[in-house]
Write a protein that binds this ligand. Structure first.
Ligand code: PLP
Length: 290
């Protein structure tokens, strides 16, 4: 395993050298993605490789086996708003006949191979007028909700409070059961919701309304029930590239769940994450200065 503090030092160096590529417009950023590839060398087919140290990292083995060598590198690329500027509405199409990740599989790792199975369902969802797939997993005859596209998924639920009490809200995302990518944005959102209150309120959001973060599974029938009861107030997707994107509707077979138009919590979280990224809001918990 490569020493992660060394990697951070190298990333800082890279960003310093390439700082002219950091976009200045809000919503734009320099996307950094550490990547690892297998570089097991083939001694016999490439006898000259031992003389050419330049070629060495690129000469790899052809075969189906775990690699004995690996190379870690960092992609740095200026990126713009993923689905258009600001928090644009994202229609999702719930998919159960194709599976992104399954129990015992590799869904909790960011592997290139996890994406291939999503391309065809994504194309079908787009043909039906949706932007991304909402990945479901069948369990005990129910459709469990996992992730959306290559993003973690959240719902905001009104709590069933006693009459006269100021109702809090639950911000719920599926638990890390092996089928979910443990995204850094997901973790940040859970922590920002937990910290919301009179001391560190989210921007333009009522400091008195408690936001309770929960990691808990949810099914499509629950989503339908909560929507019918008026308790499902927001759904949003999160990830490094998109930051936070609100969902306006979810197609599910012939049916569709429509979400309320206003998305104050997703907007507040997007705005807070952007201000942390732009260095306008000090948040010691996870910011790293270059
Ligand atoms: C990258 C990715 C995410 C988001 O992870 P971040 O660390 O927040 O960028 C979520 N789900 C999947 C499947 C992903 O590939």
């Amino acid at each position: 395993m490569f020493d992660e503090t060394e990697l951070l030092t190298l990333i800082k160096k890279l960003v310093t050298i390439d700082k002219k590529w950091i976009p200045s417009e809000p919503g734009y950023s320099l996307y950094l993605r550490p990547t690892m590839i297998g570089t097991k060398k083939c001694q016999f087919w490439f006898p000259f490789s031992q003389f050419s140290s330049f070629l060495m990292p690129f000469v790899s083995d052809l075969g189906v086996a775990a690699s004995t060598h690996a190379m870690i590198y960092v992609i740095a690329c200026p990126g713009g708003p993923y689905f258009g500027n600001g928090n644009t509405a994202l229609p999702l199409y719930a998919v159960s006949e194709s599976v992104r990740a399954w129990p015992g599989g590799t869904g909790s790792f960011k592997l290139g191979s996890n994406y291939a199975s999503g391309f065809d369902p994504q194309r079908r969802a787009a043909a039906l007028g949706y932007k991304q797939c909402l990945w479901l997993l069948e369990e005990n005859g129910e459709h469990k909700v996992t992730e959306a596209g290559a993003m973690n998924f959240f719902v905001v639920l009104k709590k069933e409070g006693k009459e006269g009490e100021k109702d809090g809200l639950e911000v719920v995302t599926p638990p890390l059961d092996g089928t979910i990518l443990p995204g850094v944005t997901r973790d940040s959102i859970l922590r920002l919701c937990d910290a919301h209150g009179p001391e560190t309120p989210l921007p333009d959001y009522d400091p008195e309304t408690r936001l309770e973060p929960h990691e808990r599974s949810m099914t499509m029938s629950q989503l339908q029930k909560w929507a019918a009861e008026g308790r499902l107030v927001e759904c949003f997707c999160v990830g490094t590239a998109v930051i936070v994107a609100s969902v306006d509707r979810i197609g599910y077979g012939e049916k569709e769940i429509t979400l309320p138009q206003g998305t104050p919590i997703a907007n507040a979280l997007l705005s807070r994450l952007q201000s942390i990224q732009e260095g306008k809001f000090e948040w010691q918990a996870w910011s790293v200065k270059c």
